[in-house]
Write a protein that binds this ligand. Structure first.
Ligand SMILES: Cc1ncc(COP(=O)(O)O)c(C=O)c1O
Length: 480
């Protein structure tokens, strides 16, 4: 069994095993002609359940054959141009290389004595990101597991900064289309669901600042404490960017912590064409960035940044066995002092390799391409009488609904759209997402693949129309 331990004696075994795995994945990627096979839970679950985990195959090749059967064949492939669903990006090769390196060396970024250069690389990337945002020289931050954790940590810091007031009085303001991790965080932070005040959005799905001003004033008048405003730079559903300068102004006026959730919109930090859409982000007290959404990085890769490094002390605890107080005096950089996690992956290496091979402009160029594609898709949808499209994209998302010429019942149109999404998924020809707008079912393309062409969008729209019409035809037959 020792031959499976990765060490000086097994370097050759490691090379052969990993190469064999890489060969299989490369072959798979090269021949995948659909984003999904359409496999059902009922078809796949018995194959996985049938495997006896107490009887190993004792051979890498056999295990990879089995993996083909239970995972690779039927995986959902984000690199395919017709995967248009959630906020998942195709990944860049330098980052995948970084992933392979980081898991083999297996540094843990909690302390300097478990990571050495890894800690310094992460710190450089935090500084690099903070500089791109414009947070100033006192900024700092830390890599996290994702936007949910970044938002949680930011709101923890905001809560602690508002300390002195009873938890029951604290209020968080976020738009009605902000990410649900805001509510989840409030719950985890002991604030209760009523602590999150939902602020309406305008026609473009951007937080209405007049409504925010009204809510902040009401909060003050009621003797409550405006703990934080969460502005979203790239909403999950619409890619809309809240009016950051106006929101920053209100936060300054009310002495409120401004958190910008740029989990999706952070790609604009590298953009060559659209960086100005993030104007105002530099006034944030904290920012969430998900490199695994718009920097083409593999999951996980995210960070939370803060304007004032000292606020990170709210996440600091010391243990004699890990990061004793004296290490602070000795200026030993232990990232665990800033993190909610203890043992932590060296995810930063993926971004490092990306920047060292491709450069930030390379990433920005790819993100600009998907933003341009979304604009093209919007033009196409807006001109197509078969569809109702919701907002002109600020990033790379399109939300729309098939409107059959002969049907006026909104509930029946809902069912046709729901059916179209399901049927498309079952066919595996394309994967699209769905959401509700004004209580009605809509479909969504999240465009993060520069390989997707306008012709793919047009073809998938035709498929959707076809499935919806088929449903309506059958539904008419049923009624007769
Ligand atoms: C705006 C926004 N914030 C936060 C998140 C949560 O990020 P994660 O899934 O990385 O936890 C998402 C995820 O889609 C998001 O769209």
């Amino acid at each position: 069994m020792r031959s499976h331990l990765l060490n000086d004696l097994t370097a050759e075994h490691y090379r052969r095993s990993v190469t064999e795995g890489v060969e299989r994945v490369a072959a798979k990627l090269a021949t995948t002609d659909r984003p999904f096979t359409g496999v059902t839970v009922d078809a796949l679950a018995p194959r996985i359940d049938a495997i006896d985990l107490d009887r190993p195959l004792s051979d890498t090749g056999l295990a990879l054959d089995e993996l083909e059967d239970v995972y690779l064949r039927d995986a959902v492939y984000f690199h395919h141009p017709r995967y248009l669903a959630h906020l998942n990006c195709p990944v860049v090769i330098p980052a995948v290389l970084g992933e392979a390196v980081l898991s083999a060396v297996n540094s843990s970024l909690d302390t300097w004595d478990q990571s050495a250069g890894g800690t310094l690389i992460e710190r450089r990337l935090i500084d690099w990101t903070a500089e791109r945002i414009g947070l100033g020289t006192a900024a700092d931050g830390v890599f996290t597991s994702g936007g949910t954790q970044s938002n949680l940590q930011a709101l923890l810091l905001a809560r602690e900064e508002a300390k002195g007031d009873s938890l029951a009085k604290l209020r968080i303001f976020a738009s009605e289309v902000s990410h649900f991790s805001v509510q989840k965080s409030a719950k985890l932070l002991g604030l209760g669901e009523e602590s999150v005040v939902s602020v309406p959005v305008d026609h473009d799905k951007r937080l209405q600042t007049v409504a925010l001003a009204r809510e902040l004033e009401r909060c003050r008048r009621d003797g409550l404490v405006p703990m934080a405003v969460v502005a979203t730079a790239g909403t999950t559903d619409f890619g809309s960017i809240d009016p950051l300068p106006e929101i920053a102004e209100l936060c300054a006026q009310y002495g409120t912590w401004l958190h910008v959730d740029a989990a999706y919109g952070c790609g604009l930090l590298a953009s060559l064409k659209y960086r100005d859409r993030l104007a105002g982000i530099e006034r944030a007290d904290s920012v969430t960035v998900d490199y695994h959404k718009s920097f083409f990085q593999p999951v996980s890769s995210s960070a939370v940044l803060v304007r004032d490094a000292s606020t990170l002390r709210h996440a600091t605890y010391h243990a004699e066995y890990l990061n004793p107080h004296r290490m602070v005096r000795e200026r030993i950089p232990n990232q665990v002092d800033k993190s909610l996690q203890t043992t932590r992956r060296f995810d930063a290496l993926k971004l490092w390799m990306t920047l060292r091979v491709m450069g930030a402009d390379g990433i920005g160029e790819l993100f600009d391409e998907v933003c341009d594609l979304a604009e093209e898709g919007w033009q196409c949808l807006a001109a197509d009488p078969r569809f109702d499209v919701v907002v002109r994209p600020s990033l790379s998302t399109l939300v729309f609904r098939y409107i059959p010429a002969a049907v006026t019942d909104p509930a029946e149109i809902d069912r046709a759209n729901l059916h179209a999404r399901k049927a498309l998924f079952a066919s595996g020809d394309a994967v699209v997402a769905g959401t509700k707008v004004g209580g009605r079912h809509y479909l969504k393309f999240t465009l993060l693949n520069p390989e997707t062409q306008a012709s793919d969008i047009a073809a998938v729209l035709d498929l959707i129309a076809g499935h919806a019409e088929q449903y309506l035809g059958e539904s008419l037959d049923r009624a007769c």
